[in-house]
Design a protein around this ligand. Structure first.
Ligand code: NAD
Length: 432
């Protein structure tokens, strides 16, 4: 019998899961879709039917309990707006379902505690899909560190750059409001904090952070970037704006967002310099780990190039990874009917990396992990789907549970609280 899946939150990210399930129709059955927006459910349903598969049952998200009772899924996939994840996780666990949840697990410490408690009472379990763990480069880093390539790790430096294609996208839509996304230290840095937690096999205990909105939002006028429109589509003032995303330029964006607007007023193409941004675009945090390791972390959301540098200092040397990523705007394979869901073209530069181990007293060694994979988070998405749906082996222990999700959230929430208070924040105090 194929395993039964229901999915809630039928936006862009949902496409990856919907496609993965219908490609595995012999062992997976997508029985229901839910969203607050019926039009968006319809876009996915049409794409499913066009590929010759039966339409899943469609439910308003408000009827999620009825969905669970009527369609009896084994597993619920949660790809809705971040601040709503907990609602569906809790309902699914109460019904005894397993949960596959997109990062972040949730956006508050209170909901995190509720999820842990609900999971303890349920026969279901929660998996958080930290796809970056499945990137072959990141696995190699994990292997090298675990093999002791640089001895005992003392400190980590991590500098992540989002370029003005990808970074800007968080300022066009719901992410721009902290109440929806927890801000980028939760929504985006959760990936990075999770990687560090996994690499170190440890958890954050304290954070001291600085953060501000310095580029997007109303800074655009001062910085000379703002063209003074509210949304890009249909406004001539956006015509020459390199930051603009026009929904009617792209069939995928038009059908999924522009044509769905009348139902919920979700505007996908706001001017990134329009007022109302309540998240930061420039952040840094000093994080202490249970193991004694210290992390210095920075996230910049307005960079000319995209990628990251991470380095580990150890008792026997240093490991350095530099990645030029630039693959964000290439999600065509994930959209319904193959349509791209992002308006901008991929950056011209191909992704590349340099992974180097510098042992003490000897020559550095460049590590080759094959060609850099441009699509789907460095190739992580496809490999993660294999573990989630095909039972592929997981020798690197990449699968993340609810506690991993909370540990990834912890550094972000503590950093946000520290920015607010100006003081270091102890994680245990937040999660009391
Ligand atoms: N792991 C990754 O690399 C990755 C990449 C992209 C997105 N994501 C995650 O996937 C999730 C969805 O992001 P997206 O980019 O697809 O956003 P999106 O805006 O395209 O889709 C979000 C969907 O949620 C729906 N929604 C809003 N409120 C809801 C509610 N109360 N109940 C149910 N549905 C509701 C919206 O109508 C929309 O269809 C987010 O949690 C995001 O963090 C993860």
């Amino acid at each position: 019998m194929p395993k039964r899946y229901a999915l809630v939150g039928t936006g862009s990210r949902a496409s990856m899961y919907v496609n993965a399930l219908i490609e595995r129709a012999d062992k997976a059955s997508l029985v229901a879709l839910a969203d607050t927006n019926a039009h968006r459910i319809g876009v996915h349903t049409a794409a499913i039917e066009a590929k010759g598969h039966p339409a899943p049952a469609a439910y308003d998200a408000a009827d999620f309990d009825r969905l669970l009772a009527e369609t009896k899924p084994d597993t619920v996939i949660v790809t809705s707006v971040d601040a709503t994840h907990h609602e569906y996780i809790l309902a699914a666990l109460a019904a005894g379902c397993d949960v596959i949840c997109e990062k972040p697990l949730t956006t508050t410490a209170e909901h995190a505690a509720e999820i842990l408690e609900a999971e303890a009472k349920s026969k279901g379990t929660v998996t958080v899909t930290f796809n970056y763990r499945y990137n072959p480069l990141h696995e190699k880093v994990a292997d090298l560190l675990r093999e002791g390539a640089i001895g005992e790790i003392i400190s980590v430096g991590f500098d992540w750059l989002l370029d003005t294609r990808h970074g800007a996208d968080y300022f066009r839509r719901w992410h721009r409001e902290s109440a929806n996304s927890g801000g980028l230290l939760v929504h985006k840095s959760g990936h990075h904090f999770d990687l560090v937690n996994w690499w170190l096999d440890s958890a954050p205990i304290q954070a001291f952070a600085k953060g501000r909105l310095a580029f997007y939002g109303e800074n655009g006028e001062r910085n000379g970037h703002d063209r003074g429109y509210a949304r890009a589509t249909g406004d001539p003032a956006s015509a020459e704006d390199p930051f603009a995303l026009r929904l009617d330029d792209n069939e995928g964006l038009k059908s999924m967002f522009l044509d769905a607007e009348s139902e919920d007023g979700y505007i996908r193409d706001q001017n990134v310099f329009a007022p109302g941004v309540t998240i930061y675009d420039d952040m840094m945090s000093l994080v202490d780990y249970e193991s004694g390791v210290t992390l210095s972390y920075r996230l910049t959301a307005y960079s000319p190039w995209e990628g990251y540098r991470v380095h580990f200092n150890g008792t026997q040397g240093r490991l350095e990874l530099l990645v030029v990523e630039n693959d964000h705007v290439n999600p065509a394979a994930h959209g319904p009917n193959g349509a791209s869901l992002h308006g901008a073209e991929a950056a011209a530069e191909q992704g590349w990396y340099e992974l180097t181990v510098h042992p003490l007293w000897t020559k550095p060694e460049r590590i080759d992990v094959g060609e850099y994979q441009r699509k789907g988070h460095g190739g992580g998405d496809v490999r993660m789907l294999g573990v989630l749906f095909d039972g592929d082996t997981d020798p690197h222990d990449r699968s993340a549970n609810a506690q991993d999700g909370i540990n990834a959230l912890a550094a972000g929430l503590a950093s946000n609280a520290s920015i607010e208070s100006g003081q270091p924040v102890v994680v245990a105090e937040l999660f009391k």
